[in-house]
Design a protein around this ligand. Sequence first.
Ligand code: SF4
Length: 370
Amino acid sequence: MAGTGRESSADENADFGDLSDSEFLDFSELGDIEDLGSQSSSSSGNPRKEVDPEGPWKRKREADALTPMERFHLRCLWVSDLSTQCWCEQQMVYGKELPDFQSTEKAAVLGAGASIHLARELELHDLVNIHTSTKEDIWAVKLLNVLSMVPILQSGGTIREFPVFGEVEGVFLVGVIDELHYTSKGELELAELKTRKRPMMPLEAQKEKDRFQVSLYKCIFDAMVRGQVTPASLVHHMKLSPELLLGPQVQSHAQQGGFTVKSFGELLELTFLSLTLSDLPVIDALKIEYSHQETDTVLGTEMVVFEEKQVRDKLQHHLGYWTGLREPHGVDVKEAWKCQMCDYAAICEWRQNGGMRTLTQEEHAKKMTK
Ligand code: SF4
């Protein structure tokens, strides 16, 4: 499988796969519930950069006229960002606005998880580093990865780190599926690996976020193999130029894979033809495996029931923030325990303004009017 060694001039938005979204932070394990005690923040002792607490609000005021998609210069959304939104939308926003604020402990958990994923990927194929200099090159590498994996899946094999992309509910979503394989019954199963620092299963709130993530993968993958994702949609959302010639290393990598393509558009057509003519099935089963980072022991497995309506309703709610229909929400009072393990607790406007209390009052008022 190919990865990009791109130049800094390439568009950041286009590069969704180099850092796989298949292993993002397992928030709950940074302070499991029984360890929370009464501290208000997990920030003590973390050698983080000094951040002007006024910073985000200054930027927010300046940028109020823009939607968050525009403000963060996003052409697409990552599935991982959407699933993080399930945990706490406000926390996800802080993560975007203040990326340097992340605790070193959290960064270490992420790093260890990414290493385990890389090791698993290398069990199935080698990684080739390809020099890219345009966003079309970067997308071309993703498309070549799709092209190389489709025949393996067609012949009943197992693939890892499969890129998925497509418009869902009007927004272009991208992600990377950890693993796809067939079960003994011949069903196509998606397997998502979540590694955990502590040797225990996650809390229900964490599981809910993970279920949403794999359900979104299924929505996108199924649309891809059903021909519902089109080259025009990819070109439109990501502002790509089909006529652009691919870089020499990308062309050479394509040739090694048996594909003679010169322009991005040629590769695009080839990939979508392969996807739609390959007769790949939709995903039948969704599995999440939780394992302990240090010992690599499996802590437990969850089979996820795909409930399309709930998934799409939740997605629409999340997109309401991204498309500027509403302000970000922090956690509800029932989930205030999340704030005690949050890097942003000391600066969180939602928390300081009694957002949790306000929401509860709103809910209470709603209940009274029913
Ligand atoms: S302090 Fe609480 S409400 Fe604020 S970002 Fe963190 S988890 Fe969300």
